[in-house]
Design a binder for this molecule. Structure first.
Ligand SMILES: Cc1cc2nc3c(=O)[nH]c(=O)nc-3n(C[C@H](O)[C@H](O)[C@H](O)COP(=O)(O)OP(=O)(O)OC[C@H]3O[C@@H](n4cnc5c(N)ncnc54)[C@H](O)[C@@H]3O)c2cc1C
Length: 395
Protein backbone atom coordinates (compact mmCIF):
# COMPACT_ATOMS: atom_id res chain seq x y z
CA UNK A 1 0.00 0.00 0.00
CA UNK A 2 1.17 3.57 -0.58
CA UNK A 3 2.96 4.78 2.54
CA UNK A 4 2.52 8.07 4.38
CA UNK A 5 5.47 9.80 2.71
CA UNK A 6 3.86 9.32 -0.68
CA UNK A 7 0.27 10.20 0.08
CA UNK A 8 0.13 13.87 -0.57
CA UNK A 9 2.66 14.02 -3.39
CA UNK A 10 2.02 11.39 -5.96
CA UNK A 11 -1.37 9.71 -5.67
CA UNK A 12 -4.97 10.43 -6.53
CA UNK A 13 -7.81 8.63 -4.72
CA UNK A 14 -8.07 6.13 -7.55
CA UNK A 15 -4.53 4.88 -6.86
CA UNK A 16 -5.38 4.01 -3.26
CA UNK A 17 -8.41 2.07 -4.43
CA UNK A 18 -6.35 0.20 -7.05
CA UNK A 19 -3.59 -0.53 -4.53
CA UNK A 20 -6.10 -1.96 -2.04
CA UNK A 21 -7.77 -4.05 -4.73
CA UNK A 22 -4.43 -5.35 -6.02
CA UNK A 23 -3.29 -6.30 -2.50
CA UNK A 24 -6.54 -8.26 -2.02
CA UNK A 25 -6.21 -9.99 -5.39
CA UNK A 26 -2.58 -10.83 -4.61
CA UNK A 27 -3.49 -12.37 -1.24
CA UNK A 28 -6.70 -14.13 -2.20
CA UNK A 29 -6.19 -15.11 -5.86
CA UNK A 30 -2.43 -15.10 -6.57
CA UNK A 31 -1.05 -16.65 -3.37
CA UNK A 32 -3.02 -19.91 -3.84
CA UNK A 33 -1.63 -20.31 -7.39
CA UNK A 34 1.88 -19.56 -6.07
CA UNK A 35 1.44 -22.21 -3.36
CA UNK A 36 0.20 -24.82 -5.86
CA UNK A 37 3.20 -24.10 -8.06
CA UNK A 38 5.70 -24.22 -5.19
CA UNK A 39 4.29 -27.48 -3.89
CA UNK A 40 4.73 -29.03 -7.35
CA UNK A 41 0.98 -29.40 -7.93
CA UNK A 42 1.15 -27.07 -10.96
CA UNK A 43 4.02 -26.72 -13.44
CA UNK A 44 5.44 -23.42 -14.73
CA UNK A 45 3.15 -23.26 -17.75
CA UNK A 46 0.00 -24.10 -15.80
CA UNK A 47 0.91 -21.50 -13.18
CA UNK A 48 1.63 -18.80 -15.78
CA UNK A 49 -1.69 -19.44 -17.51
CA UNK A 50 -3.56 -19.50 -14.19
CA UNK A 51 -1.96 -16.24 -12.98
CA UNK A 52 -2.79 -14.48 -16.26
CA UNK A 53 -6.34 -15.81 -16.40
CA UNK A 54 -7.02 -14.81 -12.78
CA UNK A 55 -5.46 -11.36 -13.21
CA UNK A 56 -7.78 -10.86 -16.18
CA UNK A 57 -10.82 -12.16 -14.31
CA UNK A 58 -9.97 -9.91 -11.34
CA UNK A 59 -10.00 -6.89 -13.68
CA UNK A 60 -6.36 -5.86 -13.22
CA UNK A 61 -5.07 -6.51 -16.73
CA UNK A 62 -7.21 -3.73 -18.15
CA UNK A 63 -4.59 -1.42 -16.62
CA UNK A 64 -2.05 -2.69 -19.16
CA UNK A 65 -3.77 -1.33 -22.29
CA UNK A 66 -5.37 2.03 -23.22
CA UNK A 67 -9.14 2.58 -23.14
CA UNK A 68 -9.55 2.39 -26.93
CA UNK A 69 -8.46 -1.25 -26.72
CA UNK A 70 -10.48 -2.33 -23.69
CA UNK A 71 -8.35 -0.67 -21.01
CA UNK A 72 -9.52 1.18 -17.91
CA UNK A 73 -7.83 4.57 -18.47
CA UNK A 74 -7.56 6.66 -21.67
CA UNK A 75 -3.78 6.12 -21.49
CA UNK A 76 -1.94 3.49 -19.47
CA UNK A 77 -1.61 5.02 -15.98
CA UNK A 78 1.86 4.31 -14.73
CA UNK A 79 1.10 4.89 -11.04
CA UNK A 80 -1.68 2.31 -11.32
CA UNK A 81 0.74 -0.16 -12.94
CA UNK A 82 3.28 0.54 -10.20
CA UNK A 83 0.95 0.05 -7.24
CA UNK A 84 -0.29 -3.20 -8.78
CA UNK A 85 3.24 -4.46 -9.42
CA UNK A 86 4.28 -3.59 -5.86
CA UNK A 87 1.27 -5.44 -4.43
CA UNK A 88 1.75 -8.51 -6.64
CA UNK A 89 5.50 -8.72 -6.06
CA UNK A 90 4.80 -8.62 -2.31
CA UNK A 91 3.05 -11.99 -2.70
CA UNK A 92 4.58 -13.49 -5.84
CA UNK A 93 7.24 -12.40 -8.31
CA UNK A 94 5.83 -14.92 -10.78
CA UNK A 95 2.37 -13.28 -10.66
CA UNK A 96 3.95 -9.87 -11.09
CA UNK A 97 5.85 -11.10 -14.16
CA UNK A 98 2.64 -12.44 -15.71
CA UNK A 99 0.93 -9.11 -15.07
CA UNK A 100 3.55 -6.87 -16.63
CA UNK A 101 4.22 -9.08 -19.64
CA UNK A 102 0.65 -8.48 -20.83
CA UNK A 103 1.59 -4.82 -21.07
CA UNK A 104 5.15 -5.21 -22.29
CA UNK A 105 4.21 -7.61 -25.08
CA UNK A 106 0.91 -6.01 -26.02
CA UNK A 107 1.52 -2.28 -25.74
CA UNK A 108 3.67 -1.96 -28.91
CA UNK A 109 0.44 -2.63 -30.83
CA UNK A 110 -1.24 0.40 -29.22
CA UNK A 111 1.74 2.74 -29.26
CA UNK A 112 1.45 4.22 -32.78
CA UNK A 113 -2.22 5.09 -32.07
CA UNK A 114 -1.33 6.59 -28.66
CA UNK A 115 1.58 8.56 -30.13
CA UNK A 116 0.04 9.91 -33.35
CA UNK A 117 -3.69 9.42 -32.94
CA UNK A 118 -3.60 7.16 -35.99
CA UNK A 119 -6.49 4.74 -36.58
CA UNK A 120 -6.17 1.60 -34.42
CA UNK A 121 -5.21 -1.30 -36.63
CA UNK A 122 -7.48 -4.33 -37.10
CA UNK A 123 -4.75 -6.38 -35.41
CA UNK A 124 -4.68 -4.25 -32.27
CA UNK A 125 -8.49 -4.14 -32.07
CA UNK A 126 -8.62 -7.91 -32.37
CA UNK A 127 -5.86 -8.79 -29.89
CA UNK A 128 -5.55 -6.10 -27.22
CA UNK A 129 -9.01 -6.51 -25.66
CA UNK A 130 -8.16 -10.22 -25.29
CA UNK A 131 -4.85 -9.28 -23.65
CA UNK A 132 -6.76 -7.00 -21.26
CA UNK A 133 -9.07 -9.87 -20.30
CA UNK A 134 -6.23 -12.36 -19.83
CA UNK A 135 -7.50 -14.48 -22.72
CA UNK A 136 -4.41 -13.99 -24.91
CA UNK A 137 -0.88 -14.16 -23.47
CA UNK A 138 1.74 -11.68 -24.72
CA UNK A 139 5.51 -11.72 -25.11
CA UNK A 140 7.99 -9.01 -26.10
CA UNK A 141 10.86 -10.41 -28.17
CA UNK A 142 13.80 -8.07 -28.70
CA UNK A 143 16.89 -9.66 -27.07
CA UNK A 144 19.16 -11.92 -29.13
CA UNK A 145 22.25 -13.97 -28.30
CA UNK A 146 24.45 -11.20 -29.79
CA UNK A 147 22.13 -8.24 -29.11
CA UNK A 148 21.43 -7.71 -25.41
CA UNK A 149 22.21 -4.26 -24.08
CA UNK A 150 23.01 -3.26 -27.66
CA UNK A 151 19.62 -3.84 -29.29
CA UNK A 152 20.69 -2.14 -32.52
CA UNK A 153 22.86 -5.21 -33.18
CA UNK A 154 19.63 -7.17 -33.80
CA UNK A 155 20.17 -9.68 -36.62
CA UNK A 156 16.79 -11.42 -36.90
CA UNK A 157 15.68 -10.68 -40.44
CA UNK A 158 12.27 -10.18 -41.99
CA UNK A 159 12.29 -10.10 -45.79
CA UNK A 160 9.25 -9.07 -47.74
CA UNK A 161 7.82 -11.37 -50.38
CA UNK A 162 4.54 -10.19 -51.89
CA UNK A 163 2.07 -9.64 -49.08
CA UNK A 164 4.12 -11.46 -46.44
CA UNK A 165 7.08 -10.96 -44.11
CA UNK A 166 9.34 -14.00 -43.78
CA UNK A 167 11.29 -14.12 -40.53
CA UNK A 168 14.59 -15.89 -39.82
CA UNK A 169 16.68 -15.57 -36.67
CA UNK A 170 16.83 -16.24 -32.96
CA UNK A 171 15.61 -14.37 -29.90
CA UNK A 172 16.62 -15.32 -26.38
CA UNK A 173 15.54 -14.63 -22.79
CA UNK A 174 11.97 -14.24 -24.00
CA UNK A 175 9.63 -14.35 -21.02
CA UNK A 176 6.39 -16.24 -21.66
CA UNK A 177 8.04 -18.25 -24.48
CA UNK A 178 6.06 -21.47 -24.59
CA UNK A 179 2.83 -20.04 -23.18
CA UNK A 180 2.52 -16.83 -25.22
CA UNK A 181 -0.09 -16.60 -27.95
CA UNK A 182 1.97 -13.99 -29.79
CA UNK A 183 5.32 -12.21 -29.86
CA UNK A 184 6.01 -8.59 -30.73
CA UNK A 185 9.33 -9.05 -32.48
CA UNK A 186 12.16 -6.64 -33.34
CA UNK A 187 13.55 -7.59 -36.74
CA UNK A 188 15.72 -6.18 -39.51
CA UNK A 189 13.58 -5.32 -42.53
CA UNK A 190 16.14 -3.43 -44.64
CA UNK A 191 19.86 -3.14 -45.26
CA UNK A 192 20.01 0.23 -43.49
CA UNK A 193 22.63 -0.01 -40.73
CA UNK A 194 21.97 -0.21 -36.96
CA UNK A 195 18.66 0.93 -35.57
CA UNK A 196 17.47 2.46 -38.86
CA UNK A 197 16.85 -0.93 -40.47
CA UNK A 198 14.70 -2.30 -37.63
CA UNK A 199 10.94 -2.77 -37.48
CA UNK A 200 8.51 -4.44 -35.08
CA UNK A 201 6.33 -7.26 -36.30
CA UNK A 202 3.47 -9.14 -34.67
CA UNK A 203 4.00 -12.89 -34.87
CA UNK A 204 1.38 -15.38 -33.61
CA UNK A 205 3.08 -18.17 -31.67
CA UNK A 206 1.23 -20.75 -33.78
CA UNK A 207 2.92 -19.52 -37.01
CA UNK A 208 4.64 -22.43 -38.80
CA UNK A 209 8.42 -21.91 -38.53
CA UNK A 210 8.29 -20.51 -34.97
CA UNK A 211 9.94 -22.79 -32.42
CA UNK A 212 10.57 -22.32 -28.68
CA UNK A 213 13.48 -23.79 -26.71
CA UNK A 214 13.01 -23.40 -22.99
CA UNK A 215 15.62 -22.93 -20.26
CA UNK A 216 15.32 -22.26 -16.56
CA UNK A 217 16.34 -19.12 -14.68
CA UNK A 218 16.90 -18.30 -11.02
CA UNK A 219 13.27 -17.33 -10.31
CA UNK A 220 10.81 -19.48 -12.22
CA UNK A 221 8.60 -18.34 -15.04
CA UNK A 222 8.34 -19.62 -18.62
CA UNK A 223 11.35 -18.26 -20.54
CA UNK A 224 13.42 -19.38 -23.49
CA UNK A 225 14.67 -18.93 -27.01
CA UNK A 226 12.29 -18.21 -29.86
CA UNK A 227 13.64 -19.39 -33.19
CA UNK A 228 12.23 -18.26 -36.52
CA UNK A 229 12.82 -20.36 -39.64
CA UNK A 230 11.04 -19.06 -42.73
CA UNK A 231 8.13 -17.96 -40.51
CA UNK A 232 5.54 -16.15 -42.66
CA UNK A 233 3.15 -13.47 -41.43
CA UNK A 234 1.00 -10.95 -43.37
CA UNK A 235 2.55 -7.54 -44.20
CA UNK A 236 -0.24 -5.96 -42.10
CA UNK A 237 1.52 -7.39 -39.02
CA UNK A 238 4.09 -4.58 -39.20
CA UNK A 239 3.39 -2.57 -36.02
CA UNK A 240 4.59 0.88 -37.08
CA UNK A 241 6.23 2.50 -40.09
CA UNK A 242 8.99 0.36 -41.56
CA UNK A 243 12.25 1.39 -39.85
CA UNK A 244 10.37 2.54 -36.73
CA UNK A 245 11.05 -0.63 -34.74
CA UNK A 246 13.77 0.68 -32.46
CA UNK A 247 11.74 3.77 -31.57
CA UNK A 248 8.75 1.56 -30.79
CA UNK A 249 10.77 -0.87 -28.68
CA UNK A 250 12.45 1.93 -26.72
CA UNK A 251 9.17 3.84 -26.15
CA UNK A 252 7.66 0.61 -24.86
CA UNK A 253 10.58 0.04 -22.49
CA UNK A 254 10.43 3.70 -21.39
CA UNK A 255 6.84 3.21 -20.24
CA UNK A 256 7.45 -0.01 -18.32
CA UNK A 257 10.95 0.57 -16.90
CA UNK A 258 9.77 2.60 -13.89
CA UNK A 259 7.43 -0.22 -12.95
CA UNK A 260 10.40 -2.60 -12.60
CA UNK A 261 11.41 -0.37 -9.68
CA UNK A 262 7.91 -0.78 -8.23
CA UNK A 263 8.19 -4.58 -8.36
CA UNK A 264 11.56 -4.25 -6.59
CA UNK A 265 9.82 -2.23 -3.86
CA UNK A 266 7.24 -5.00 -3.46
CA UNK A 267 9.98 -7.59 -2.87
CA UNK A 268 11.81 -5.23 -0.50
CA UNK A 269 8.70 -4.38 1.50
CA UNK A 270 7.91 -8.08 1.96
CA UNK A 271 11.50 -8.72 3.04
CA UNK A 272 11.32 -5.91 5.58
CA UNK A 273 7.93 -6.99 6.97
CA UNK A 274 9.05 -10.60 7.34
CA UNK A 275 12.29 -9.49 8.99
CA UNK A 276 10.42 -7.37 11.53
CA UNK A 277 8.19 -10.31 12.40
CA UNK A 278 11.15 -12.67 12.68
CA UNK A 279 13.38 -10.53 14.92
CA UNK A 280 10.52 -9.92 17.34
CA UNK A 281 10.02 -13.64 17.90
CA UNK A 282 13.56 -15.05 17.60
CA UNK A 283 15.55 -14.82 20.83
CA UNK A 284 19.30 -15.28 21.22
CA UNK A 285 21.49 -14.39 24.21
CA UNK A 286 18.39 -14.24 26.42
CA UNK A 287 16.39 -11.61 24.52
CA UNK A 288 14.64 -11.05 21.20
CA UNK A 289 16.90 -10.07 18.29
CA UNK A 290 14.77 -6.93 17.96
CA UNK A 291 16.33 -5.68 21.19
CA UNK A 292 19.87 -5.86 19.78
CA UNK A 293 21.06 -2.50 18.50
CA UNK A 294 22.73 -3.97 15.42
CA UNK A 295 19.41 -5.53 14.44
CA UNK A 296 17.63 -2.22 14.91
CA UNK A 297 20.24 -0.46 12.77
CA UNK A 298 19.72 -3.03 10.03
CA UNK A 299 15.93 -2.51 10.07
CA UNK A 300 16.31 1.27 10.05
CA UNK A 301 18.65 1.16 7.06
CA UNK A 302 16.38 -1.26 5.17
CA UNK A 303 13.33 0.96 5.77
CA UNK A 304 15.18 4.12 4.70
CA UNK A 305 16.48 2.46 1.54
CA UNK A 306 12.95 1.26 0.74
CA UNK A 307 11.34 4.65 1.27
CA UNK A 308 13.99 6.36 -0.90
CA UNK A 309 13.38 3.79 -3.63
CA UNK A 310 9.61 4.30 -3.51
CA UNK A 311 9.98 8.06 -3.65
CA UNK A 312 12.09 7.81 -6.82
CA UNK A 313 9.74 5.27 -8.40
CA UNK A 314 6.50 7.12 -7.67
CA UNK A 315 8.02 10.49 -8.52
CA UNK A 316 8.98 9.16 -11.96
CA UNK A 317 5.60 7.47 -12.42
CA UNK A 318 3.63 10.58 -11.42
CA UNK A 319 5.74 12.77 -13.70
CA UNK A 320 5.20 10.35 -16.60
CA UNK A 321 1.44 10.28 -15.97
CA UNK A 322 1.33 14.08 -15.89
CA UNK A 323 3.08 14.24 -19.26
CA UNK A 324 6.31 15.83 -18.07
CA UNK A 325 9.14 15.91 -20.61
CA UNK A 326 12.85 15.08 -20.23
CA UNK A 327 12.19 12.21 -17.87
CA UNK A 328 14.83 9.80 -19.10
CA UNK A 329 17.18 10.35 -16.15
CA UNK A 330 14.39 10.26 -13.55
CA UNK A 331 13.17 6.93 -14.95
CA UNK A 332 16.67 5.46 -15.05
CA UNK A 333 17.39 6.66 -11.49
CA UNK A 334 14.17 5.05 -10.27
CA UNK A 335 14.96 1.71 -11.93
CA UNK A 336 18.63 1.79 -10.92
CA UNK A 337 18.14 2.79 -7.29
CA UNK A 338 15.06 0.72 -6.53
CA UNK A 339 16.44 -2.54 -7.94
CA UNK A 340 19.83 -2.09 -6.26
CA UNK A 341 18.19 -1.07 -2.95
CA UNK A 342 15.81 -4.03 -3.09
CA UNK A 343 18.74 -6.38 -3.57
CA UNK A 344 20.46 -4.89 -0.48
CA UNK A 345 17.24 -5.08 1.56
CA UNK A 346 16.47 -8.68 0.60
CA UNK A 347 20.07 -9.69 1.31
CA UNK A 348 19.84 -8.16 4.79
CA UNK A 349 16.54 -9.93 5.35
CA UNK A 350 18.24 -13.25 4.61
CA UNK A 351 20.99 -12.31 7.09
CA UNK A 352 18.48 -11.41 9.80
CA UNK A 353 16.80 -14.80 9.33
CA UNK A 354 20.14 -16.58 9.86
CA UNK A 355 20.29 -20.13 8.51
CA UNK A 356 16.53 -20.10 7.97
CA UNK A 357 17.06 -17.41 5.33
CA UNK A 358 18.69 -19.84 2.94
CA UNK A 359 16.34 -22.77 3.51
CA UNK A 360 14.54 -23.65 0.30
CA UNK A 361 10.87 -22.74 0.56
CA UNK A 362 11.13 -19.85 3.01
CA UNK A 363 9.81 -16.50 1.81
CA UNK A 364 13.10 -14.61 2.09
CA UNK A 365 14.92 -17.36 0.17
CA UNK A 366 12.36 -16.98 -2.62
CA UNK A 367 12.70 -13.19 -2.53
CA UNK A 368 16.49 -13.54 -2.81
CA UNK A 369 16.01 -15.38 -6.11
CA UNK A 370 13.09 -13.21 -7.26
CA UNK A 371 14.91 -9.91 -6.90
CA UNK A 372 18.12 -10.71 -8.75
CA UNK A 373 17.08 -10.44 -12.40
CA UNK A 374 15.53 -7.01 -11.94
CA UNK A 375 18.99 -5.45 -12.06
CA UNK A 376 19.49 -7.05 -15.49
CA UNK A 377 16.33 -6.88 -17.57
CA UNK A 378 14.83 -3.79 -19.23
CA UNK A 379 18.26 -2.16 -19.17
CA UNK A 380 20.96 -3.31 -16.76
CA UNK A 381 22.20 -1.24 -13.83
CA UNK A 382 25.25 -0.28 -15.89
CA UNK A 383 23.14 0.88 -18.84
CA UNK A 384 20.99 3.02 -16.48
CA UNK A 385 24.19 4.65 -15.20
CA UNK A 386 25.29 5.40 -18.76
CA UNK A 387 21.90 6.98 -19.48
CA UNK A 388 22.02 9.14 -16.34
CA UNK A 389 25.60 10.24 -17.04
CA UNK A 390 24.71 11.09 -20.64
CA UNK A 391 21.98 13.41 -19.33
CA UNK A 392 24.43 15.04 -16.90
CA UNK A 393 27.08 15.60 -19.53
CA UNK A 394 24.55 16.35 -22.30
CA UNK A 395 26.44 14.19 -24.76
C1 LIG B 1 14.76 -13.03 -16.23
C2 LIG B 1 14.94 -12.28 -17.52
C3 LIG B 1 13.82 -12.02 -18.30
C4 LIG B 1 13.98 -11.36 -19.53
N1 LIG B 1 12.88 -11.17 -20.33
C5 LIG B 1 13.04 -10.62 -21.57
C6 LIG B 1 11.92 -10.52 -22.47
O1 LIG B 1 10.78 -10.88 -22.14
N2 LIG B 1 12.13 -10.03 -23.71
C7 LIG B 1 13.37 -9.64 -24.14
O2 LIG B 1 13.50 -9.22 -25.28
N3 LIG B 1 14.45 -9.73 -23.30
C8 LIG B 1 14.31 -10.20 -22.04
N4 LIG B 1 15.40 -10.32 -21.19
C9 LIG B 1 16.72 -9.94 -21.68
C10 LIG B 1 17.30 -8.73 -20.98
O3 LIG B 1 16.65 -7.56 -21.40
C11 LIG B 1 18.82 -8.73 -21.26
O4 LIG B 1 19.37 -9.83 -20.53
C12 LIG B 1 19.50 -7.44 -20.86
O5 LIG B 1 19.10 -6.39 -21.71
C13 LIG B 1 21.03 -7.57 -20.88
O6 LIG B 1 21.47 -8.14 -22.07
P1 LIG B 1 22.50 -9.38 -21.99
O7 LIG B 1 21.94 -10.40 -21.09
O8 LIG B 1 22.81 -9.77 -23.39
O9 LIG B 1 23.80 -8.79 -21.30
P2 LIG B 1 24.99 -7.98 -22.01
O10 LIG B 1 24.43 -6.86 -22.81
O11 LIG B 1 25.92 -8.94 -22.67
O12 LIG B 1 25.71 -7.37 -20.74
C14 LIG B 1 26.61 -8.13 -19.89
C15 LIG B 1 27.18 -7.16 -18.85
O13 LIG B 1 27.91 -6.12 -19.51
C16 LIG B 1 27.39 -4.86 -19.12
N5 LIG B 1 27.47 -3.91 -20.22
C17 LIG B 1 26.92 -4.02 -21.46
N6 LIG B 1 27.21 -2.92 -22.17
C18 LIG B 1 27.96 -2.12 -21.38
C19 LIG B 1 28.55 -0.83 -21.54
N7 LIG B 1 28.42 -0.14 -22.67
N8 LIG B 1 29.25 -0.31 -20.50
C20 LIG B 1 29.37 -0.97 -19.33
N9 LIG B 1 28.81 -2.19 -19.11
C21 LIG B 1 28.12 -2.74 -20.12
C22 LIG B 1 25.94 -5.12 -18.71
O14 LIG B 1 25.48 -4.11 -17.83
C23 LIG B 1 26.08 -6.46 -18.02
O15 LIG B 1 26.51 -6.29 -16.70
C24 LIG B 1 15.26 -10.95 -19.94
C25 LIG B 1 16.37 -11.21 -19.13
C26 LIG B 1 16.22 -11.86 -17.93
C27 LIG B 1 17.44 -12.14 -17.10
Amino acid sequence: MPGPALESFFFDDVHYAIARDAARVARERMAPIRDRFESGAADEDEAARAFTRELGAAGLLDLCVPEDFGGRFPLVDLRALCVVREALAYESGFADTCFVLQGLGGYPMALPHVRDGSEPTALSKEWLPRVARGEAISAFAVTEPEAGSDLAACSTRARREGDQWILNGEKTFISNAGVADFFTVLARTSELPGAKGLSMIFVPASTPGVRVERFRVIAPHPIGKVIFHEARVPVANLLDAEGGGMRLALSNLDLFRTSVGAAACGFARRALDDSIARVKTRSQFGKPLSEQQLTRAALAEMATDLEAARLLVYRAAAAQDRGASRLTSAVSMAKLFATEAAQRIVDRAVQLHGGLGVVHGTTVERLYRDVRALRIYEGTTEIQKLVIAKGLLEI
